[in-house]
Design a protein around this ligand. Structure first.
Ligand SMILES: [Zn+2]
Length: 862
């Protein structure tokens, strides 16, 4: 063509928007058509108008019109990007494909996909109701449009991971400086895409592992960026839910085994695999990862629970089904025969009894029994103290008589050391119960050490000079002569506190029982609430303490107030109504008495009426919250308990574990021997091969098998989601059609009524025609009732709206059913739907109205 034509730019045709609105592709084509096949440039300054035209074309659902626009006009990259967002927003895969193809042709524009994904764009996109950071891919992910996500991912689109919150790179610091809100929104919107089911299932190799990691990441983010905590937490719930549902897609045991046992290639793998389990127990690395990552829903999934409890009972398959009485009997007999059982295990760990003791549930009972024995010994010791009161008054008490519990303490100490050795210090300290164990043990040891100190010093002093006052002080002095900070005082107090704390370790055992475990979790959460409450309580108490003390400190007449210690006690017991109110009286000094009484009154009201009741309300509330998902919480706690008993070693319960077994003696001798001979011991495999169908396969094959399984699970998941989506849409349409049918039948009876009643007006030529129109119309409705099952996808989008419009018009006609209007209505609205041609039964509610063909036929005959 001539250069003039080539340079000419297309002005925006004013009727274009109307043509698009009407949905007339021919007219659009006429308006845009140039002479040759070359794309026409847009005239300057009309960017906005073209943008709107293209978006409108996509929104009105005409793939054809959008195609025409793209065919004749040269759109630039940003316009197409926005159009792509609109197409994704309205869920039209065909249009998305069209735009993507177009974008491919625009490659000459040198727009790389990375910057496209980043989409830190100008204001014009901000006007277009899409938030910063929303790209076609994130939008499609957010809406869970699997088809479009798949298409985009294939085209090479990806969601880049946002940098960490505290990232100091140039890009981040600029972003923060330039627009902080945009920066944060960008991050959230990106995570919205990453955490969506569609993206997790399509874009990641191991969807389950990705979901775990993402959930943990989001948990961290919700703490680091507390302004957006609810947003992050809701995303976190979403990704937890995803892993949960994915696991639910497993169909047989070998799939479950493959999914739960191995971990991907990551650094966590090594840490988790380093903990060996008992022989014959699969390593459950992924399940343990889920426990570590706090994936409560996942761990409480029936599939996980089934695997865990089957391992828990080992080959005692009868245990799970047996009744409570039998279980109690077995537990009691283990409790009583514990020393005997331990002896058998000590001598012959590979015997039948020895192997039985290694079954987790028996191991658990054995350890619980040993702990109960320890507590019983503590109680017995306190009773002995009470009865032999005279002996324990002074220094003369025998050191060993009340130190029997130290045997257990030594056992616990050794046990904890082994635990640290097996788990590694880091993961050992992560469990707060272990920290409590350390505290208890060190208190016991401190108390014992102080007593050793007292008797040691006494012994030494008396050895040097038997008549010195030191010798007298440490051996024969009476309790009243001791200094207030005497080591024995401290030791006794420490022992008292520690023996109380020892009972808290029963909390290890309780999760094994359903209702006790649930209750324990509730109490734990309540204590959590209490601590926060205590903080406020302390503030208020201190305030009043200060006020009352300062009021009374000048008056000698007041006996108790005016002294910090006494005032504190007074206020504390007032909370429980255990003090005399007359304490605040100060008859000689009216002003001080008035102020003191007023302060006291306000304190009572604030404490007793407001705060204590608030505490009760808080506790009720948190109890209710726990109760709501008590099942999940309990199962999670129980799974932790189960897993801790699956570990190798630590079979012998506490007081017996300090006696070295022949087995360990043999190993240590062999170790020493090898060390001397300088031959490096061969490393044993850390865990036994997993008993699955692919025992013979190597690690690489197992890995690929696992990935295959996960792929299959994801596929099933996507299929299910799609089915559900279609189902809900169908139901929705079904309801609308039923309503429509009702109104049509009502209309029909009204028309019939009209035909019957007024014979006054001579029937014009139209009634038969009108009736036949009505007939056709009803037939069409019937048709569409049967056909709209396949009115899914892009083409179906229009139909529900059409139906609605139609129904509204039909209803509007009711009051004055003029036959002419009636005949007009259907023709206007009932343009054959897009899906109406594809004849396919979709299991729709067969129209329930009694009106159809037969009655309609009777119309013309009248
Ligand atoms: Zn950065």
């Amino acid at each position: 063509g001539d250069p003039y034509k080539f340079n000419k730019k297309l002005k925006f045709p004013s009727q274009l928007l109307d043509a698009i609105q009407e949905g007339d592709p021919l007219r659009v084509q006429q308006l845009l058509q140039g002479s040759d096949g070359i794309l026409q440039q847009q005239a300057d300054g009309e960017d906005r108008a073209w943008r709107e035209a293209l978006n409108l074309a996509i929104r009105t659902g005409g793939g054809e019109i959008a195609g025409a626009l793209l065919r004749y006009v040269k759109f630039d990259f940003r316009q197409i990007h926005e159009a792509l967002l609109v197409a994704v927003d309205t869920s039209q895969p065909q249009v998305v494909r069209l735009l993507l193809e177009r974008l491919d042709q625009e490659k000459s524009l040198k727009v790389d996909i990375k910057s496209f994904s980043l989409a830190f764009f100008d204001r014009s996109i901000d006007n277009a109701c899409f938030a910063p950071g929303v790209t076609p891919l994130t939008l499609a992910c957010e809406k869970d449009l699997y088809e479009i996500v798949d298409m985009l991912v294939r085209k090479g689109h990806a969601i880049p991971r946002p940098h960490t919150i505290s990232c100091a790179c140039l890009e981040c610091s600029n972003g923060r400086k330039y627009d902080l809100l945009k920066f944060s929104l960008f991050r959230i919107n990106t995570y919205k895409g990453i955490a969506s089911r569609a993206y997790l299932s399509i874009a990641s190799e191991d969807a389950m592992l990705t979901a775990f990691k993402l959930s943990r990441e989001l948990q961290c983010l919700s703490c680091k960026e507390p302004e957006f905590k609810p947003e992050y937490l809701s995303l976190e719930v979403l990704s937890q839910e995803f892993a949960f549902e994915l696991l639910g897609m497993c169909r047989n045991q070998s799939e479950v085994t493959a999914v739960l046992n191995d971990l991907g290639d990551s650094e966590e793998e090594e840490e988790l695999d380093s903990q060996a389990f008992e022989e014959g127990i699969p390593n459950l690395a992924r399940l343990r990862l889920a426990v570590n990552y706090n994936q409560k829903r996942f761990v409480a999934h029936p599939i996980c629970q089934q695997v865990l409890s089957s391992i828990w009972c080992g080959n005692l398959s009868g245990w799970r089904g047996s009744n409570t009485l039998w279980k109690v009997f077995v537990s009691c007999s283990i409790f009583l025969t514990m020393p005997l059982l331990c002896l058998v295990y000590w001598i012959a760990p590979k015997s039948r009894v020895g192997k039985m003791l290694k079954i987790p549930v028996i191991k658990f009972l054995l350890h619980s029994a040993s702990y109960l024995w320890f507590l019983i010994f503590l109680l017995v010791e306190s009773i002995v103290l009470e009865h032999k009161h005279h002996i324990f008054l002074g220094r003369s008490q025998p050191m060993w008589e009340n130190s029997l519990h130290m045997v257990w303490v030594a056992g616990f100490f050794w046990y904890e050391c082994k635990e640290v050795w097996i788990e590694g210090l880091h993961s050992y300290l992560l469990d707060l119960w272990n920290c409590l164990d350390i505290v208890i043990l060190s208190l016991y040891l401190a108390s014992f050490a102080l007593r050793v100190l007292v008797s040691g010093r006494g012994h030494l002093h008396c050895l040097d000079a038997p008549s010195s006052p030191e010798c007298y002080y440490f051996t024969r002095a009476g309790r009243h002569e001791w200094q207030p900070e005497d080591p024995q005082f401290v030791a006794e107090v420490l022992f008292a506190v520690t023996s109380m704390l020892s009972f808290t370790r029963l909390a290890y055992i309780l999760p094994a029982h359903e209702s006790l475990g649930t209750l324990q979790i509730s109490i734990g959460k309540m204590i959590d609430d209490m601590i926060r409450f205590m903080f406020i309580l302390m503030i208020i108490l201190t305030a009043f303490l200060c006020g009352l003390n300062n009021t009374y400190v000048y008056y000698q007449e007041s006996q108790r107030l005016g002294n910090f210690n006494e005032t504190f006690q007074f206020l504390f017991w007032t909370m429980f109504g255990m003090e005399e109110y007359s304490v605040v009286d100060l008859p000689q000094y009216a002003l001080a008495q008035f102020v003191g009484r007023a302060l006291y009154g306000i304190f009572t009201i604030v404490m007793v009426i407001v705060l204590l009741n608030m505490l009760i309300a808080m506790i009720t509330n948190s109890f209710q919250k726990i109760e709501d998902d008590a099942d999940v919480e309990w199962k999670f706690a129980r799974s932790k308990l189960y897993l801790s008993y699956f570990r190798e070693g630590l079979t012998l319960p506490v007081p017996f574990n300090i006696i070295p077994t022949p087995k360990s003696l043999f190993y240590s001798v062999r170790g020493i021997f090898r060390f001397i001979c300088c031959s490096k011991p061969k490393r044993q495999p850390d865990y036994p091969p997993i008993p699955t169908i692919d025992v013979g396969l190597g690690g690489e094959n197992r890995r690929s098998y696992r990935l295959q399984v996960i792929k299959a699970l994801v596929q099933r998941y996507i299929d299910t989601a799609r089915r559900e989506f279609e189902e809900s849409r169908r139901k929705d349409l079904g309801n609308r059609i039923t309503e429509l049918n009702k109104s049509v039948s009502r209309l029909h009876t009204e028309v019939k009524h009209l035909h019957h009643s007024p014979p006054a007006r001579p029937a014009p030529a139209s009634p038969p025609a009108g009736a036949s129109v009505l007939h056709r119309y009803i037939l069409r409705v019937q048709d569409s009732v049967q056909n709209f099952g396949q009115a899914s996808g892009g083409s179906g989008l229009g139909s529900p709206a059409q139906v609605l419009v139609h129904q509204a018009r039909a209803a509007g006609n009711d009051p004055q059913p003029d036959p002419e209007e009636l005949s007009l209505g259907p023709q206007h609205t009932m343009s054959p739907g897009d899906g109406a041609e594809e004849g396919d039964q979709a299991g729709e509610p067969e129209d329930p109205s009694p009106c159809p063909a037969g009655e309609a036929d009777s119309g013309p005959s009248l």
